[in-house]
Design a protein around this ligand. Structure first.
Ligand code: COA
Ligand code: AMP
Length: 629
């Protein structure tokens, strides 16, 4: 079947299409309707169907005789460890932890936060929660304690699962200290913290509720634990992501649609066969990690690689190719920034030539715009298809791509391919009118969103509608701007909100501004994304100081950089700030962030007619000129 035929079939018969895809999942109770709507108009996939995601990831493969097959290959150049974990072993560990959680009073619908590095125990934790119907929320290790505290306050977990530390190049991050502080800062106190002690750092477990992972697991007898039968619409997990305010949005993912969509994507999007080794070089703290390190490969029954390391520096720029070669990886998924980091150190691709990459079939890129140079370098050096595809935390799988299951269509550099069956992507202007082909506008998706996409935000039922559905009736607003060409290729160019994409991480400039204004000397500020050859974009702050400020500018800049690191986390990479006398504003007082961003990025800009004081733009141009020197 060609892409056109498959897409056309889905468009004509969406319910028949998804019914067929749902047949690859084991349901405890059949669903009554493929697609329905509740009283408020919210779409529901597979209503009244019951299943368990952990059952579909583990038990059914073991029952089908795949127990001795590797489920996880853990490769950590940073801790110099490798582990090969079979489906049997994973099921046994998950059952033990599920029993421990049950004994601590965790049950269906309870939340469990996972603040863990890239170790197999994080996958065991996710699946143990899924098994008993508890809702997990993984928090990325690079966030600071205040961010972790915000997530604890919002999701009110009964238990937190964590580890003694995370390992970054040349440093050990003490997770327990961060966790202790977060619990103090949050409005909610969990009943227990289960801590996995890593060899690299032993922490004291003396806080009320602290428990040792190793002790609990070694004392827990092998006892099977039933998979709780969950409704298709019951939440599997909450994943917090940046919104337009400093308050992170808890994106809720439900069980049924997620399992169906992810299983389907392994064939359609990634062309995976059961015997393949799949590697998503992301982090479990992000959606790519949830979907493609953990759930999709395990739902499909292939082997997933869990890599704890960086593309470069742990210890060299050849690690990606070593892992692919050593573990016979067929398909890899990473962010363009990772390839740029490798290319910077090894422009000739000498490291690639050191390894046999016989089984390597595809490289997939996502998370940020893949610049044509990066794609070209990858194709030239790897000699395989390099496929860009477009994603969001909210959708959980790719909105657009190139679909090898149907035969790859021509790759156009700079485009993320065509819409995936399930997504009808259109471009609208600010007023909601259709924008003609090849013209830039707001990328929107016609409702209903396909299975697997989120339709709610934890603790805030109205926020999903306000954030995504209100602006364009009948459409989901992606907050991405882009172009669709005459052949249906979609190019995603930029965000339309205050989110920037730094090293494949989604960062809200609004939340950085909120922190900057906490500093006593800052009267107001603006943070915009500055183009960066490695990370895509990095945040840059313009600071207006209070008139009574007595500290030097450089001291204040140093302090605010540290403040953002302490309050938001190192991963935000906020390292550049300038003091200015004023910020350019409209007469109604709105800061002209997009004009500032254009000036600082050397792009053409129009001076808005409504600007209050044009001289402030001159300061910004001076700053731009100072980079150029
Ligand atoms: N736990 C704790 N700290 C973390 C962390 C984690 N899991 N991840 C990152 N950090 C810290 C880093 O130690 C660094 O701290 P520093 O300022 O003290 O040095 C800071 O956050 C920024 O880290 P990072 O974004 O990794 O930048 P880098 O300059 O160290 O490395 C790249 C640059 C390109 C190699 C790296 O960003 C990378 O591998 N990116 C790919 C990202 C990715 O896969 N995204 C998934 C989207 S699909
Ligand atoms: P996240 O929710 O962290 O996955 O980030 C989603 C955002 O990353 C999208 O809204 C886009 O702005 C950007 N993004 C993801 N994939 C791509 C891609 N292939 N090309 C361009 N931008 C992308």
């Amino acid at each position: 079947m060609s892409y056109e035929k498959e897409y056309g079939f889905w468009k004509e018969n969406p319910e028949i299409y998804w019914k067929k895809k749902a047949s690859f999942i084991d349901w405890f109770k059949p669903y009554q309707k493929v697609l329905s709507q509740d009283e408020e108009g919210k779409y529901i996939w597979f209503k009244d169907g019951e299943l368990n995601t952990c059952f579909n990831c583990l038990d059914r493969h073991v029952n089908n005789g795949l127990g001795s097959k590797n489920a996880i290959i853990y490769d950590s150049p940073i801790s110099k460890k490798k582990k090969f974990i079979s489906y049997n072993q994973l099921l046994s560990d998950v059952s033990k932890l599920a029993n421990i959680l049950l004994s601590l009073g965790v049950s269906k619908g309870d939340r469990v936060i996972l603040y863990m590095p890239m170790i197999p125990e994080v996958i065991v934790s996710m699946l143990a929660c899924a098994r008993i119907g508890a809702i997990h929320s993984v928090v990325f290790g690079g966030f600071a304690s205040q961010e972790l505290a915000n997530r604890i306050s919002d999701s009110t977990p009964k238990v937190i699962l964590s580890a003694s530390c995370g390992l970054e190049p040349n440093k050990i991050i003490n997770y327990k200290d961060i966790l202790n502080e977060a619990i103090l800062l949050s409005f909610h106190t969990p009943k227990n913290q289960i801590i996995y002690q890593r060899e690299e750092l032993n922490v004291s477990l003396n806080k009320e509720g602290d428990l040792s992972w190793t002790e609990l697991m070694s004392n827990q007898e092998e006892k099977s634990v039933d998979c709780v039968s969950l409704k298709s619409e019951d939440p599997l997990y909450i994943l917090y992501t940046s919104g337009t305010t400093g308050i992170p949005k808890g994106i809720v993912r439900t069980n049924g649609g997620h399992a169906v969509a992810l299983y389907n994507s392994m064939k359609m999007t990634y062309d995976i066969k059961k015997e393949d080794i799949f590697w998503a070089a992301s982090d479990v703290g992000w959606v790519v990690g949830h979907s493609y390190i953990v759930y999709a490969p395990l739902l499909f029954g292939c082997t997933t690689v869990l890599y704890e390391g960086k593309p470069v520096g742990t210890p060299d720029a050849g690690q990606f190719w070593r892992v692919i070669s050593e573990h016979n990886v067929s398909t890899m998924f990473t962010a363009p920034t990772a390839i740029r980091a490798i290319k910077k150190i090894d422009p000739q691709g000498k490291e690639i030539k050191k390894y046999k990459l016989n089984n390597f079939k595809y490289l997939f890129l996502a998370g940020e715009r893949a610049d044509p140079e990066t794609i070209k370098w990858s194709i030239d050096n790897l000699n395989i298809p390099v496929i860009d595809h477009w994603w969001q935390t909210e959708t959980g799988w790719s909105i657009a791509g190139n679909f090898p299951e149907f035969g790859i269509f021509d790759i156009k550099y700079g485009s993320t391919g065509k819409a995936a069956p399930g997504f009808q992507v259109e471009i609208l202007d600010e007023e909601g009118n259709a924008v003609e082909k090849e013209k830039m506008g707001n990328l929107v998706i016609k409702l209903p969103l396909p299975p697997g996409c989120s339709s709610s935000i934890w603790n805030d039922p109205k926020r999903f509608f306000e954030a995504y559905l209100k602006k364009y009736k009948g459409y989901y607003n992606t907050s991405d701007a882009g172009v669709i060409d005459k052949d249906g290729y979609i190019s995603v160019m930029s965000r339309t909100d205050d989110i920037i994409n730094c090293a494949g991480h989604r960062i809200s400039t609004g939340s950085i501004e909120e922190i900057l204004t906490l500093h006593e000397d800052i009267a107001e500020c603006a943070v915009v994304g500055l183009k960066d050859p490695l990370k895509g974009e990095v945040p840059l702050g313009l600071l207006v100081l209070n008139t009574n400020s007595i500290k030097s500018n450089s001291k204040i800049i140093e302090e605010v950089i540290e403040l953002v690191r302490v309050k938001l986390g190192a991963v935000v990479s906020f390292r550049i700030a300038y003091v200015v006398e004023n910020l350019p504003k409209t007469r109604s007082g709105k800061i002209l962030r997009s004009t500032i961003s254009k000036i600082l990025n050397g792009e053409n800009f129009n001076i808005p007619a409504t600007i209050e004081d044009k001289t402030t733009l001159e300061y910004i141009k001076e700053i731009y000129n100072s980079f150029k020197l």
